[in-house]
Design a protein around this ligand. Structure first.
Ligand SMILES: [Zn+2]
Length: 63
């Protein structure tokens, strides 16, 4: 059995995902953690896939 698997809740559990560059169509690889991009990726064409800031919980109150 792999001891490294099944470690839910680890903040460093990054997932490698792919998407097509909206500018040139090249496949970009990026890491996500809990559905958000954790590292900025720059495509060869110059397009920058920005990392997304953590949104742990809403701070502003509506109304
Ligand atoms: Zn591109």
């Amino acid at each position: 059995m792999a001891m490294f698997d099944g470690c839910e809740g680890n903040a460093k559990t990054w997932v490698l995902e792919e998407m097509d560059c909206p500018q040139c169509g090249k496949v970009l690889e990026y890491y996500t953690s809990r559905g958000r991009i954790v590292e900025e990726v720059t495509c060869d064409c110059g397009y920058v896939l920005k990392a997304q800031e953590p949104v742990p919980m809403p701070v502003k109150k509506e109304g």
